[in-house]
Design a protein around this ligand. Structure first.
Ligand SMILES: *Cc1c(COP(=O)(O)O)cnc(C)c1O
Length: 412
């Protein structure tokens, strides 16, 4: 066994990366950047180098690092009470849930912590709703999901992943899921049976590389679910809360699902906060003792989540994402055919397919980091861009310039 000596205090980026690599499980391959501080859209590493954060914690940092309103809400709550458990009430959960439900046009909120927990919760609720309300025979409930999905990392969720690296060695898997191609409404409709209780989809597939479905797809899914008496569960953990230029990505298609799953940005980048937001008919199938979470709905999370809802109520961030999204799309489209094979955008969110003749997505991310821009690759050739919604237009331009320079360097 080799454990680094306690006395060897790391100081440089290289030393921190080596220490972290030596003492944490190898389930990540981080870029060699060691962040020590961050404000707004900018992070500083332990060596004092500054980077524009164009990943924003996979959209958990939609409002940027250390947003003053969110920090104030967190600080004030830290001094009052941070955890009660749901064995008691706290004075933060009610106002948070009321305003989040109103923001979503729904009735009830079930607070959890991580996105995966929100997904797991929705699976349980949809199944129970199927048995109690729809009348599906016991143990027969089916949930239809899409190929290329990303809904989290639990055993049940990876059971219906189509990504081998997420599943290999983790079986046996949970039954009860049917996978259909993403973006094909006819295939989805054909997969619905009397035992189907829900369709679970991302309105834009984030981890798949910002895959935007064809126009009309979400509306057709909505109609198919309504016709078949099936719940439409929209996983907006990443697409929701401003990223796409609307509060919810479903809105852009004029679609209202039966259930929203929220997470990531709901915690303001400060604490994990997730939620299942739906109607009384759906969430009302739960009874005391049937589901829960030690930390879900804690007053610190609720205070921060409430402040996040407050930021979204003005529409300012959604508008900013829409406006900056046009700028981003226009700039990125200029790269297509010049080292970039395809670009997909939705608001301030982009998937960029780098020409494999030039370099891998990973290599592009490394070279961008060398130029002071942090992004993350997805599935080999794709780089995904999701800067904080507070990013300055000039900085956004500079990030695209840096990508152009990286492609030039590779001889596009
Ligand atoms: C990130 C993500 C999740 C999982 O969230 P965790 O907080 O990492 O568990 C679920 N669904 C989607 C669409 C996501 O992007």
């Amino acid at each position: 066994m080799t454990t680094p000596r306690r006395s060897a205090t790391p100081s440089s980026s290289r030393e921190h990366a080596a220490l972290t690599g030596a003492v944490t499980a190898p389930n990540y391959a981080p870029l060699p950047v060691v962040v020590a501080e961050a404000h707004g859209a900018w992070v500083t590493d332990v060596d004092g180098r500054r980077y524009l954060d164009c990943l924003a914690g996979y959209s958990a940092l939609n409002f940027g690092h250390g947003h003053p309103v969110l920090l104030r809400a967190a600080r004030e709550q830290l001094e009052r009470v941070t955890l009660t458990s749901r064995a008691f009430y706290n004075d933060r959960l009610g106002p948070f849930a009321r305003d989040l439900a109103a923001l979503a046009g729904m009735e009830l909120v079930l607070p959890m912590n991580t996105g995966a927990e929100a997904v797991e919760t929705a699976i349980k609720v949809a199944r129970r709703w199927g048995y109690q309300v729809k009348g599906v025979p016991a143990g027969r409930a089916q949930i239809v999901v899409a190929a290329g999905n990303f809904h989290g990392r639990t055993t049940t969720i990876v059971s219906f992943s189509t990504d081998d690296s997420a599943r290999e060695g983790f079986g046996p898997f949970t039954p009860g899921f049917t996978v259909v191609p993403y973006g094909d409404a006819d295939a989805l409709r054909a997969a619905l049976t009397p035992e189907t209780v829900a369709v679970l989809l991302e309105p834009v597939q984030g981890e798949a590389g910002v895959v935007v479905p064809p126009p009309g797809y979400l509306a057709a899914v909505r109609q198919a679910c309504t016709d078949a008496g099936v719940l439409f569960v929209a996983d907006e953990v990443q697409s929701g809360l401003g990223r796409t230029g609307a509060t919810f990505a479903c809105e852009l298609e004029g679609v209202v699902p039966d259930v929203y799953l929220l997470g990531k940005a709901l915690g303001g980048g400060i604490v994990p906060v997730s939620a299942v937001v739906s109607t009384r008919e759906v969430l009302g199938v739960l009874t005391p003792g049937s589901h829960g979470s030690t930390f879900g709905g804690n007053p610190l999370a609720a205070a921060i989540g409430h402040a996040v809802v407050g930021l979204l109520e003005t529409g300012e961030y959604q508008e900013r994402a829409a406006k900056l999204g046009v700028q981003l799309r226009d700039r990125l489209e200029g790269l297509v055919g010049h080292g970039v094979q395809a670009v997909r955008t939705r608001g301030l969110w982009a998937g960029i397919d780098v020409d494999p003749a030039l370099m891998t997505g990973r290599a592009a991310c490394e070279r961008l980091a060398g130029r002071g821009v942090l992004v993350k690759d997805a599935h080999g050739q794709t780089i995904r861009l999701s800067p904080p919604l507070v990013v300055e237009p000039d900085d956004l331009d500079r990030a695209v310039d840096a990508l152009g320079a990286v492609l030039d360097e590779a001889g596009r």
